[in-house]
Design a protein around this ligand. Structure first.
Ligand code: GRF
Length: 190
């Protein structure tokens, strides 16, 4: 059984979908939730869904070793970022080669980089007058949103679309595809 750790700083709606998706799986399970914010909604969801969680301070996280030790102790095979706002330290990336992935709410490389998260992304997409946007699932490297792309899917934006509607369209694709892409990756992991 492969073991997944999900890192999140926010509401955790993707984490919930991933946990539910693997609840009856024979391939993998969500073994740990990691956050940088003790008030994050993702921790509430972890508690309700009985998934162990851990909160790191910024200094602990940036040392990398405390995170690596916890992930190794929990025999984690894949680290899944879902709304995690901090850059992943190089030592953590080296400890989990090709085993840390992220989901970004735009069609990379567009609308990416430091500060481009959540509503900021959708506002930029609308301000740019885009007629479509989408989701990108990618491997994590030492910069924000620049790792090798694994999967992308687009959705149409109509001129009358509000920020809320664009967010909904995006979130719908995230919830539909992130769990199954994770399953595909874990099925191919040695
Ligand atoms: C999602 O929009 C995802 O694309 C981005 O952060 C958000 C996380 O949302 N990386 P949630 O906390 O999973 O609801």
């Amino acid at each position: 059984m492969k073991r997944i750790a999900i890192f999140g700083s926010g509401s955790g709606s993707n984490a919930q979908k991933i946990i539910e998706y693997f609840k009856a799986s024979k391939i993998a399970e969500v073994a740990l939730i990691v956050s940088n914010n003790s008030l994050a909604g993702i921790l509430e969801r972890a508690k309700k869904l009985k998934i162990p969680s851990h909160v790191f301070s910024e200094s602990e996280f940036n040392q990398a070793l405390p995170v690596i030790q916890l992930l190794k102790q929990e025999n984690i095979d894949l680290v899944v970022l879902a709304g995690f706002l901090w850059l992943i330290p190089p030592a953590l990336i080296q400890a989990f080669p090709d085993s840390i992935i992220n989901i970004h709410p735009a069609l990379l490389p567009k609308f990416s980089g430091k500060g481009m998260y959540g509503d900021h992304v959708h506002q930029a997409v609308l301000q740019a007058g885009q007629t479509c946007s989408g989701i990108s699932i990618h491997y994590v490297d030492e910069e924000y949103d620049t790792g090798k792309i694994i999967y992308q899917e687009a959705y149409q934006i109509d001129p009358s679309d509000t920020l809320e509607l664009v967010k909904k369209k995006c979130q719908c694709l995230e919830h539909k595809h992130y769990p199954r892409i994770i399953e595909q990756i874990l099925s191919n992991l040695k």
